[in-house]
Design a protein around this ligand. Structure first.
Ligand SMILES: *Cc1c(COP(=O)(O)O)cnc(C)c1O
Length: 383
């Protein structure tokens, strides 16, 4: 092991997730695979070819910077869509290379038009509409200027999409807001159609909405977390379970993150473990030190909270997560030795622990922890 930990990507789990998601959304809905944040920490270099093997040919990233990175791994027949940030200089590269991108205001459209004209290209745009998310998106007052500009510059634009983003479809508490957004979105789209702006794709859904609100799928969905085998929230899983009988295992975790035991220590009742006094042993115990800390992507917020698997048994993190180590309680693990495998994310088949580490905790933490897995952890695709 060159590094202190490594990541395995399961081909079989990913294939199963894509098959499941295709069944959910149906044949007429295109799946754009969201691979921002280095494919949610899974690694674009590994995930993109795998996705292409499974019939995915559309990839979404946040920035032009990320688009440049994935351009190295993507095949000529796949498309890239930028959902977020592009600097003025990057816009030239984006348009020259036929990268699709969101336009969310008049300025953005005019800049794109100017550059497309200069390079004699058609900018491939997705018009992002404001429907109530109030982050980015074209305001209804701007629609007429947008429409006029598009008609005046027909040679320099291809309207690939009309889209929006929901303000939290993963929680039923946001249901009314999401429903209103959907109404606005449909109404706005009609206005564009009436004015002869016909987009090839209409899209609004990320994983949550795509899974639980069929009417939000239109003909494209942007799937991030679900393709990696994580439910966006427990609520989304419960809703799928009630309506369709899906279980946790309907989505399979693609990632495993592993390290090994570097030290073992006996701790006596009432002794403190690690820095400071955040953990005091309530009884005699055995702890193991694992060479992964917040510098390696193991969030400090998992201090005294996270879990790992050793020999298939859950071992909780005791004390604080340091820059390069965690300490875990292995009192109940028989015969643990130096060098034994420690699973930080993933499962251990024989003992049927299907969910390890932190996945039962806040799902927001899942997104965050995955996205923060450093680039330099070696990643391997396994069967
Ligand atoms: C991140 C993102 C998605 C994917 O969200 P998931 O919940 O991971 O499926 C889709 N659309 C936009 C605009 C995003 O930023």
């Amino acid at each position: 092991m060159d590094n202190t930990s490594y990541i395995e990507i399961s081909k079989k789990a990913y294939k199963s997730n894509i098959r499941f998601l295709k069944k959910v959304v149906g044949d007429n809905v295109k799946i754009s695979s969201v691979v921002k944040g280095n494919a949610y920490g899974h690694g674009c270099e590994q995930m993109i070819p795998l996705a292409e093997q499974n019939g995915i040919n559309h990839f979404s990233v946040f920035s032009a910077y990320e688009a440049k990175q994935i351009a190295n791994y993507i095949s000529d027949t796949s498309d890239i869509m930028i959902l977020g940030f592009i600097t003025a200089e990057q816009l030239e590269w984006v348009i020259e290379n036929d990268i699709e991108f969101y336009v969310s205001n008049v300025d953005g459209l005019e800049n794109a038009g100017r550059i497309a004209r200069l390079f004699n290209k058609k900018a491939k745009i997705h018009l992002e509409l404001e429907t109530g998310f109030k982050r980015t998106g074209i305001e209804p007052e701007e629609f007429d200027r947008i429409i006029l500009y598009l008609h005046e510059n027909v040679d320099n634009f291809e309207v690939k999409g009309i889209c929006t983003h929901f303000a939290g479809a993963e929680s039923i508490a946001n249901y009314v807001r999401v429903k209103n957004q959907l109404i606005q979105f449909k109404k706005h789209n009609k206005y564009f159609i009436k004015n002869n702006i016909n987009a090839e794709y209409l899209h609004a859904s990320s994983s949550s909405a795509a899974l639980i609100y069929p009417e939000t799928r239109f003909n494209m969905v942007r799937i991030g977390i679900a393709q990696y085998g994580f439910w966006p929230t427990l609520e989304v899983l419960m809703t799928r379970n009630n309506k369709y009988g899906d279980r946790d295992a309907s989505l399979k975790r693609v990632i495993s993150w592993k390290s090994e035991i570097m030290a073992i220590k006996k701790v006596k009742k009432s002794e403190f473990v690690g820095y400071g006094n955040s953990f005091q042993a309530a009884k005699d115990m055995t702890v193991a030190v694992v060479p992964v800390g917040y510098n390696n992507g193991y969030s400090r917020s998992l201090s005294n909270r996270g879990h790992v698997l050793v020999h298939g048994k859950r071992a909780e993190v005791v004390g604080v997560v340091t820059m390069n180590t965690i300490t875990v309680n292995i009192t109940d693990v028989k015969n643990a030795q130096l060098g034994d495998e420690v699973i930080l994310i993933g499962s251990h088949n024989k003992n049927k622990i299907s969910v390890a580490s932190f996945s039962e905790m806040s799902n927001y933490l899942n997104y965050q922890i995955l996205a923060r897995l450093p680039m330099n952890i070696p990643r391997f695709v396994v069967e």
